[in-house]
Every structure is written in structure tokens, then in C-alpha cells.
Design a protein around this ligand. Structure first.
Ligand code: A3P
Ligand code: MG
Ligand code: MG
Length: 386
């Protein structure tokens, strides 16, 4: 069977997305879920942790040998997000109506595409009852991950025996990120934490099996979205939704980044401000108010911690190297979502592709019927009967 050619959405010229940003809604949490220490779905807040400033000078390399690194072996589709949605609808008796449902990670890729010249992505989309569901192409992601690992030395069992300690492996650098989380989070609220707990904190093995995910409703111009994504922690207690349903949730995003040299060049600042694009986009989409950056040495020693207010990051970059512009990102995403609404109009599955340095997002129908596994059986049953 042959399909029509793809529709093309060029990223350049960017000046058509400049100016004040499209109307955006502050993200509001609709529901949430956790994964436990076995990465099993839990319909609760058990995965929530609280921020406690970490010890400066800590060695982020410590504990690499016992790192419990979870990576999906099978395509997770949108299953957990849809499970939480079904449960929310069962409880409230109301259907959540939005134009788009996806993981936050997909929207991060779209939002940052105008200023990430190496951006590439492969996604699938399907229309069901007036909503477009978007997922990542799991096979393409797995291939990408494999090629990334191929170019790097194999995982070291111990950093002490790394072939070249000045050249950490990909896996080691991934570990540093999670180690920083382990050193900065506890399951108890900050004021009630006894010193002994803080002292004991670094002993806990580093693992990314457990998580907490927030599912929010948000909007870009005329498009409404339901986005699900991991939140790293809270800096204060979560407001009670029964008494404060619209209060912002004090989520934090934890990030690590190489420290800037004392005599920094324009290039050093540019490199960091480019990273801020990802930090901002990821946090902005879920309404995460603070990004806490752990600056580390090249070797992996924690040197300093800085707290950035998410909504101040675009202004910092505007006054700095101007290597990206938040309003342009928002207007680009708004226009692209409208384009998807115009394109994904029939039953079946569409593929959304941006090739590296391609400059054009292609949307092409690849299946005439069904949802290609994007929607779980459980969800389809619920919507049929609910
Ligand atoms: P850093 O971001 O500090 O490097 P997140 O920041 O999204 O909460 O993710 C936590 C950590 O997971 C990251 O910490 C990094 O170690 C790892 N990680 C996330 N996305 C990754 C990716 N695409 N490739 C490699 N590691 C990744
Ligand atoms: Mg995280
Ligand atoms: Mg993080």
C-alpha cells in the first residue's frame, strides 16, 4: 500500500515565530503516579522526595559499582500515563478532554528544536476520539542509544580501574546525574530531618527504578495538552488539592553540569546557556519552578550548587549570549501543534520525524487502521465503555 507524501513543517526561518509568546496556560496537575523500587506502577505519592542541599565536595563517582540502572527493555508506550488517566476518570466520573496526550519528553524535543541544531526525533501519533496521542519511536531510540554506547568504552566495573580517569564513560556520566539526586533528596520534609539521616544519605545505593510522575494539563495557544513526566522532588510540602486545588506545586528539577572555569571564555558561557535551554524546556512544561544545578569538576567532584528560577532562565539568556529565545520556542511549538491538528485527521498511525540537521519536521501516515499499540487495551476498553 502506498501513502501520500509527508507534510513538511520547516523550522527556519525563525523570525516567523518571534515576538510575544502565544497564550500559554500555567500547567495544573491532573493526577500523578509513582514507580516503586522495582519500577512497578503505584498509584500514590510514594516516589516523592524532598530537597536537602547536598554536601559540597561530595564525590559523585562513589557507588558506581552498585548502580541500579533501569532502562526500558520493552516499549512502554503511553501505558502508565493512560493507566493514571483511566483511574482519574473512574474516580472523578469525568472524561479529561484535551487535544494532545503525550510524555513531557516529546514536547521537550519539539519546544527546543528551533535552537538545537543537532535535534532529531522519531515519534508516532494517532487520533482517537478527537485527541492526538504522541509517543516516542522506541526502536529508533534504542538504536540511537546503542550507537552512542558503541562509540564509548564499555562500562567500567569500578571507576578506579577506568582506562582513562579523565575520560568518564557515558554510563559513568549518567551515574553522576543520579548520584547527585541521591545526595540531594530524602523522603522526609526538610525541617523534620534529623542530622543523622543526612549523614546516612550517601550510603543508599543509587537507583533510578523509583520515580514520581506528575500529569498536568497545559495549553499552547489554541491547543490543550495532557503531559506526563518525572519530577525529581519538592522543596516544600505539596499543597493539599482538596483545599488549594490551583496552588502551584513546589517541584524541583535536579541537574548536573560541568563547572565553569574561573576565567571563562564566551565559549564556556555559550556551552552552559545552550544546556539551559533543555533545563528550562523540561521544567517549564510541567510547571517545575526551580532548577537546581550541581556544578561538578571534570572528574566528578561536586563543587557548587546554584538554584535557578525556571521562569527567569529565558531572561538570563536574553541578557547573556542570546543563543536561544523562549518565546520563539513557545510560538514554534504552538504553530507545530496546530499543524499536527491539521495533518493528523484520520484513523491510523502517523510518523513524526526530524532528521539531524534536516531542518524540516515531516509528518507521514504509516498505517491506515488501528493505533499501532500507542493506546493500551485497558485504555481503549475504558473509553469504549466509560
Ligand atoms: P543530569 O541531567 O544531571 O545529567 P533528569 O535530569 O531528567 O532528572 O535525569 C536524571 C539523570 O538521568 C541525568 O542527570 C542523567 O544522568 C540521566 N539522563 C537523563 N537523560 C539522559 C540521556 N538522554 N542520556 C543519558 N543520561 C541521561
Ligand atoms: Mg529526573
Ligand atoms: Mg533531573
Amino acid at each position: 500500500m502506498s501513502y501520500s507524501p509527508p507534510t513538511l513543517f520547516p523550522i527556519q526561518p525563525l523570525d516567523r515565530f518571534q515576538g510575544a509568546s502565544a497564550r500559554i496556560k500555567r500547567p495544573c496537575e491532573v493526577t500523578h503516579f509513582s514507580y516503586d523500587d522495582n519500577h512497578e506502577y503505584k498509584e500514590d505519592e510514594s516516589g516523592i522526595n524532598y530537597y536537602h542541599p547536598p554536601q559540597i565536595g561530595a564525590d559523585l563517582r562513589e557507588g558506581f559499582e552498585t548502580f541500579r540502572h533501569y532502562e526500558d527493555k520493552e516499549d512502554p508506550h503511553l501505558d502508565s500515563l493512560l493507566k493514571a488517566l483511566v483511574s482519574k476518570e473512574e474516580k472523578s466520573g469525568e472524561r479529561v478532554q484535551v487535544d494532545f496526550v503525550t510524555w513531557r519528553g516529546m514536547m521537550t524535543k519539539i519546544l527546543t528544536a528551533p535552537f538545537d541544531f543537532f535535534a532529531q526525533f522519531d515519534m508516532y501519533a494517532t487520533l482517537h476520539d478527537g485527541t492526538i496521542y504522541i509517543e516516542e519511536d522506541f526502536a529508533a531510540k534504542a538504536l540511537d542509544r546503542a550507537s552512542q554506547n558503541d562509540r564509548l568504552p564499555p562500562r567500567n566495573q569500578s571507576y578506579n580501574h577506568a582506562p582513562n580517569p579523565n575520560q568518564p564513560t557515558h554510563e559513568m556520566m549518567t551515574f553522576w546525574g543520579y548520584k547527585f539526586e541521591t545526595l540531594s533528596l530524602l523522603s522526609t520534609l526538610p525541617p523534620e530531618t534529623p542530622e543523622s539521616v543526612i549523614a546516612a544519605r550517601p550510603q543508599a545505593p543509587v537507583s533510578n527504578y523509583a520515580q514520581h510522575c506528575s500529569i498536568v494539563r497545559t495549553g499552547f495557544g489554541p491547543s490543550s495538552l495532557l503531559l506526563g513526566g518525572e519530577v525529581d522532588g519538592l522543596w516544600a510540602a505539596k499543597p493539599d488539592p482538596a483545599t488549594h486545588p490551583d496552588a502551584p506545586i513546589p517541584w524541583i528539577e535536579l541537574k548536573t553540569s560541568e563547572e565553569l572555569p574561573q576565567h571563562r571564555s564566551k565559549h564556556d558561557v555559550l556551552k552552559f546557556e545552550r544546556k539551559l535551554l533543555k533545563f528550562w524546556a523540561q521544567s517549564f512544561l510541567l510547571g517545575v519552578g526551580k532548577v537546581i544545578v550541581g556544578f561538578r569538576s571534570k572528574q566528578g567532584i561536586l563543587r557548587a550548587v546554584d538554584v535557578y528560577e525556571t521562569n527567569q532562565i529565558p531572561g538570563m539568556v536574553r541578557r547573556g549570549t542570546q543563543c536561544w529565545d523562549g518565546n520563539t520556542c513557545i510560538n514554534f511549538a504552538t504553530a507545530f501543534l496546530s499543524h499536527l491538528k491539521e495533518t493528523v485527521k484520520e484513523e491510523g498511525v502517523y510518523r513524526i520525524t526530524l532528521r539531524k540537521k534536516g531542518g524540516v519536521v515531516e509528518v507521514q501516515k504509516v498505517r491506515e487502521k488501528g493505533t499501532g499499540g500507542i493506546l493500551s487495551e485497558e485504555f481503549l476498553e475504558w473509553r469504549k465503555n466509560g
